[in-house]
Design a protein around this ligand. Sequence first.
Ligand code: NAP
Length: 272
Amino acid sequence: MLEIFQPNALKGEVAVITGGGSGLGYGMARAFAQVGATVVITSRSAERLAAATARIGEETGRHCGSMPCDVRDEAGVQRLRDYVEERYGPATIVVNNAAANFPMRAERLTSRALAAVVDTDLYGTFHLTRGFVPAMLEARHGAVLNITLPVPERGFPGFAACGAAKAAIVSLTATWAYEWGPRGVRVNAIAPGPVPTEGVAANMLSTTTPAAFAGAGGDTPLGRLGAPDDIAAAAVFLCSPAASWITGQNLVVDGGIYLNRAPAPQVLAPRP
Ligand code: NAP
């Protein structure tokens, strides 16, 4: 699918992708490398990053950089920014993909559990963007891409903390787009529908990937679940010059699920 993009579609761009060692982040990192970007992935696990960079090298023939970083740690994000700038030059694309999530009935959600998710999803997105955007604004060139949920304002039953954090990120996407558009920086989001990844299955549902997604997808308009490349293709587009008049959007990439379910992610949620 990604072959339809020119191999130099993102040539000259330096892309930092959080959570790039697994799942959707890995798919976006590989795709960005395939279309010519210099890619740096980050997450907490150095082992996961090492395996992912090696695999991206094998699959694309291109170098992929990495540095472990916890997106909750603002000072650590600044060290990541310095590392990227020294080795590759200022980042021109930031993909805020790292996230935490787990199922819990809303009445049992403690403030500590809420903070754990908000710290990673919302503050992580904030830290990365705050860290990297000044250089983009100075250069009057850059793209921020946040990974959210389809229509989070409709709620996320079973996952209140993640739904709240993602709704806040959708709002930040619009605010940042408005404030930074005149200064050359576009800000968009992708709202993925269900894409079977080990992370979602293990972290959210404590089960295996096939079990977590069994039965989901068949009755959706496009008749299937998503694949990491579905999200990666939209990410390449939104970060490329082809999207140069698009900013502030939360692009739903879900096979049409949100059209007939409210909220869309309900297909993943155990009934409370
Ligand atoms: P995943 O593989 O579990 O991805 C999460 C990534 O975030 C992991 O690589 C993890 O790596 C990293 N991460 C977690 N906490 C971190 C922290 N504090 N600092 C830095 N990195 C951290 O799951 P996924 O399905 O690919 O999800 C990717 C994104 O898509 C998430 O934003 C998720 O909310 C969104 N999404 C997914 C789906 C879906 O169906 N798959 C649907 C809607 C939205 P480490 O453990 O090494 O830190």
